[in-house]
Design a protein around this ligand. Structure first.
Ligand code: PDD
Length: 280
């Protein structure tokens, strides 16, 4: 695998970051995960916009222009042949003597790598659990400091589930690494954007595509009680696309099978990807 590190393309094994990098010491950085289908980046402008927002929120200057990001991404994709890949892009506040306040001269570390994406089959559905959302108050920043998310996801994996759905003050927020939709009376609902959730690119695309197809959907608060009696629950992310949850906390969701609305939206999503592929 060829990666990009601070201006150079090199094999992963040769990429080195100083141990005093503030990403390593403090988790002081932000990231993006951008899917690429048949060489075509998926919703690139939206990902670069969210990256800009994250950087602004942590007061770190964007080290590249959109044009430069696009060029680096294209070169990395070309160097890592293979059709479908997920590009991981991380920027940290760089190496400096350990001190909480920002260094006077920041030399950010810029790192990108690529992971192959397997073509997802229609999912037979997965299990999820719920947990109290123990994260901080700025979940809209795509921060690399993911210890809470890591611990929350691990809790799911330890009981054979695929994701943890997070509840804050009685309301559904999102998954440990995904957004959440529920279907109630045939209407797909996802929580509105706020500082407590990551504004998912997949989430936005699903809302847009459902509206275009005149399928009922809305952004609204989801009380925990509504989650527990939903006809369908889905989790969405760049790498997992749209996955139906068929058991929640060991109880069946709806019929206990992937739902009809999920199936429609999944097809629309696959068509969107197919169109992107044929643009190449
Ligand atoms: N995570 N919420 C959280 C907390 C996430 O970590 C993610 C994605 C999402 C979905 O966002 P998007 O649709 O833009 O991928 C929501 C990525 C995939 C990750 O950390 O690997």
């Amino acid at each position: 695998m060829i990666v990009y590190l601070n201006g150079e393309f090199l094999p992963l094994e040769e990429a080195r970051v100083p141990v005093l990098d503030r990403g390593f010491i403090f988790g002081d950085g932000v990231y993006e995960v951008i899917p690429v289908y048949a060489g075509q980046p998926f919703r690139l402008q939206e990902h670069l916009q969210r990256l800009e927002n994250s950087l602004k929120n942590i007061k770190l200057q964007n080290p590249k222009t959109r044009q430069q990001w696009t060029e680096i991404l294209e070169m990395l994709v070309a160097k890592n042949k293979g059709n479908d890949q997920a590009i991981y892009l991380q920027i940290t506040r760089g190496p400096a003597k350990r001190d909480h306040n920002f260094p006077t001269e920041v030399v950010p570390t810029v790192f990108l790598m690529s992971d192959p994406i397997k073509a997802p089959l229609p999912s037979p559905g997965v299990k999820a659990i719920t947990c109290a959302d123990i994260r901080w108050q700025h979940c809209d920043i795509k921060s690399i400091a993911l210890l809470a998310n890591v611990l929350l996801r691990q809790q799911a994996v330890e009981v054979g589930a695929a994701e943890t759905i997070l509840i804050r003050d009685g309301y559904v927020m999102e998954g440990a690494a995904s957004n959440v939709f529920v279907v109630v009376n045939g209407v797909a609902i996802t929580p509105p954007k706020s500082q407590f959730i990551l504004p998912g690119i997949t989430r936005d695309l699903i809302l847009e595509a459902m509206q275009a197809a005149q399928l009922p959907c809305q952004e609204a608060d989801i009380p925990e009680t509504q989650l527990r009696c939903a006809e369908e629950i889905w989790i969405t992310s760049s790498t997992r696309e749209i996955i139906p949850i068929i058991r929640l906390d060991d109880k069946p969701v709806g019929t206990g099978q992937p739902g009809a609305v999920w199936s429609q939206v999944w097809k629309i999503y696959q068509d969107y990807k197919q169109k992107l592929r044929s643009n190449g």
